[in-house]
Design a protein around this ligand. Structure first.
Ligand SMILES: NC(=O)c1ccc[n+]([C@@H]2O[C@H](COP(=O)([O-])OP(=O)(O)OC[C@H]3O[C@@H](n4cnc5c(N)ncnc54)[C@H](O)[C@@H]3O)[C@@H](O)[C@H]2O)c1
Length: 284
């Protein structure tokens, strides 16, 4: 079965990017949010991103219009009934995601494949919350989705291998490079990246160096495109905190424990670029 109609749950930072690349690749794409305001914000951001692409000459006006034409927004998960593939990109919260998967299982046809964009939750638990654990995989995109080439596809011990292959081909059809990983918390990238980001927060809190100098050092010393604090602000301080908690719960190792400063920043509402302030100030 070829994947044609795609559903995306959540139109936040990731969901809007995933919906955009699916629509751009020609899939009829439906994206959901919990209310009209959040949906409107997400859809407007897709339009703005495409508009900038037209301004810069990266895509044509026709491509922008056909992408937007392939895209529908909804606040009703019931509209996903006809989807061949649903990619869940809702908030990194176990209970919320389990409820979404249980609902999708009732709404969608038995042949539909479910993917989760979760960064740290285990795919097996999401899979067994449905009546189709052989058709559930991790489909982990990177931020910003339209620009980042990588997708991690994650199979569990219950998955049908042909489903992994189908989703892999789907990701390649979006123009992405797909790597396959086992269902181990954090998969490849976050397993290695999250301890590094948390360590950066710890050394900042210890007074090792100024935040700007740490960012500069990791950029110029390691050839990274951005330093850890700029990256934390891009990923989202709240999302990083959720991920760290989940990884710590899984591994019980200090390297995954969320540092006190991270928790304080979440409580203070400094969630990164998306709220105008994280480690850096984006209000201007
Ligand atoms: N931020 C990143 O860099 C990044 C990278 C890769 C993966 N992820 C993962 O992607 C997922 C989303 O992260 P994000 O950064 O986009 O978070 P976000 O907070 O920007 O967006 C999440 C959105 O999901 C919506 N939502 C929650 N419950 C919903 C429901 N039942 N139906 C529809 N929408 C719902 C929220 O209203 C919110 O707008 C998380 O699992 C996260 O771990 C994030």
């Amino acid at each position: 079965m070829a994947i044609e109609r795609v559903g995306v749950v959540g139109c936040g930072l990731m969901g809007r990017g995933i919906a955009q690349v699916c629509a751009r690749a020609g899939h009829a794409t439906i994206v959901s949010e919990i209310n009209d305001d959040l949906l409107a914000t997400g859809m407007a951001s897709i339009e703005k991103f495409l508009g900038k692409g037209v301004e810069k000459g990266k895509i044509s006006e026709e491509e922008m219009q056909s992408t937007l034409g392939n895209l529908t927004g909804t606040t009703d998960l019931g509209s996903f009934a006809e989807c061949d593939l649903v990619i869940e990109a809702a908030t990194e919260n176990r209970e919320m995601k389990l409820e979404i998967f249980r609902n999708l299982d009732e709404i969608c046809g038995p042949g539909a494949i479910f993917g989760s964009n979760t960064s740290s939750l285990n795919i097996t638990e999401l899979a067994v919350s449905t009546g189709r654990p052989d058709r559930v995989v991790g489909v982990h995109f990177f931020n910003p989705v339209p620009l980042m080439k990588l997708v991690e596809v994650v199979g569990t011990m219950l998955v049908d291998d042909s489903v992994v292959e189908e989703v892999k081909a789907f990701g390649q059809g979006l123009g992405k490079v797909v790597v396959v990983a086992r269902d181990r918390t954090g998969f490849i990238v976050n397993r290695l990246l999250v301890p590094y980001l948390l360590d950066a927060i710890r050394v900042l809190d210890e007074g090792l160096a100024k935040m700007e100098d740490i960012d500069q050092a990791m950029k110029l010393g390691c050839g990274y495109p951005m330093g850890p604090f700029a990256l934390l602000d891009l990923v989202g301080i709240d999302t990083t905190y959720y991920i760290a908690n989940i990884m710590y719960e899984e591994f019980r190792e200090h390297q995954f424990a969320p540092p006190p400063l991270l928790r304080r920043m979440v409580l203070a509402g400094r969630h990164g670029r998306k709220t105008g302030r994280g480690f850096y100030d984006y209000s201007k």
